[in-house]
Design a protein. Structure first.
Length: 375
């Protein structure tokens, strides 16, 4: 197999990965030509701030945001990029440290950035994206996002729903707050969203609820009703992996989890249900060591493991494509708001942006020739 970095994002290459994950998925709509009236990001070279380690860059974009190698990707030029991982509701304003951002999430007020997401997709040659509901109810995303742009989004299941949010313990900020959903009820929710609403995958927040809410409360063997739904409809389950600044802010005051703990939980899930397709969201994320390499180890250990590249690094992307083939590696961004983050490590506040994630692909070594020693 000869896999060029420039063809990695093209519809011809990506279709193979999607076909392996989704049942009955057809061709994606092409992105509309960018709207000249859409706000365009501008480099701010004249700013008094530097872009670098230990310096708060604010919203000053580095040169690679507008003139990076992502512009030379053929899939970008042809508007054929598929983004398997994005969200469109977030806090109206951001905090400037974990405590402040955690408080913003506790307020439980959210802004709809769907139109901004579409504009960003158009600027970066993204034809279509798999949208996972987050923070707001699933029904809100259906009405505000899925129905507003039916040709641009692939639907993913979501939690909470209107019927389950009232049963959350405290202010709902993540699936772990869901208190009283049984595996049987969750399976029924996903089945309805897959059949009646046309969802094509079990989205990230849904997958996180399986791993971090159902398993600790009911045990891994009790997941069978949920797994049976995923197998019946032949859909992948997306689950967050690795360290994240947003997750750190949400979890302020709730302890700390090391990389091996989430990796072991993911491995146990895939080992117990080897026929269920599991996609490792972020492939461990921005921290290649240790989280990224834990994800690599999982991907090399299980045939039912897939991944997306959202917030990952060129080193990790190169390694997983080299090890499991491009068919099981999908491009993702984790886009969730138009601005960079204003909290977390200074030099990692850009990882949720399209240009950062496209640059990751452009900078990865994705040319690999595999030969069959028997031939």
């Amino acid at each position: 197999m000869n896999q060029s970095r420039r063809s990695f994002l093209r519809s011809s290459a990506t279709a193979g990965a999607w076909a392996g994950l989704f049942s009955g998925f057809g061709s994606a709509a092409r992105a509309a030509d960018p709207d000249p009236k859409s706000p365009q990001p501008e480099p701010q070279a004249g700013s008094s701030h530097k872009w670098g380690m230990g310096v708060d860059p604010g919203q000053n974009l580095p040169p690679e945001a507008t003139n990076g190698p992502w512009r030379n990707l053929k899939a970008v030029k042809e508007k054929k990029v598929f983004d398997i991982h994005c969200h469109c509701f977030e806090t109206p304003t951001q905090g400037h440290n974990y405590k402040e951002e955690g408080h913003m999430h506790e307020v439980d007020q959210w802004k709809d950035y769907t139109a901004d997401l579409i504009a960003a997709m158009d600027r970066h040659g993204i034809a279509q994206a798999a949208l996972s509901p987050a923070f707001v109810t699933y029904e809100t995303v259906v009405e505000k996002s899925f129905k507003a742009y039916p040709d641009r989004f692939i639907r993913a299941t979501g939690l909470p729903t209107e019927s389950t949010k009232a049963r959350s313990s405290g202010v709902l900020t993540q699936p772990g707050a869901e208190a009283d959903i049984s595996p049987t009820e969750m399976a029924a929710i996903f089945k309805k969203q897959l059949t009646q609403d046309g969802c094509k995958m079990i989205g990230e927040i849904s997958g996180d609820a399986i791993l971090r809410m159902l398993i600790p409360k009911y045990g891994i063997k009790a997941l069978k009703p949920v797994v049976d739904v995923a197998l019946e409809y032949n859909v992948p389950v997306q689950i967050h992996t690795g360290w994240t600044a947003t997750g750190t802010a949400i979890g302020v005051g709730q302890g700390y989890t090391t990389a091996w703990r989430w990796a072991e939980a993911m491995g146990e899930l895939m080992a117990n249900y080897p026929d269920m397709k599991v996609r490792l969201g972020h492939t461990g994320g921005r921290l290649a060591a240790v989280d990224g390499w834990e994800a690599v180890r999982l991907l090399f250990s299980f045939d039912n493991a897939y991944c997306d590249t959202a917030k990952s690094t060129p080193e990790i992307v190169s390694e997983v494509v080299r090890g499991i083939g491009a068919e099981r590696v999908l491009f993702g961004s984790d886009w969730n708001r138009p601005e960079m983050k204003t909290y977390g490590p200074y030099h990692m506040r850009n990882v949720y942006q399209h240009w950062y994630n496209l640059n990751t692909i452009a900078q990865a070594d994705l040319t690999e020739v595999l030969t069959n020693p028997s031939t």
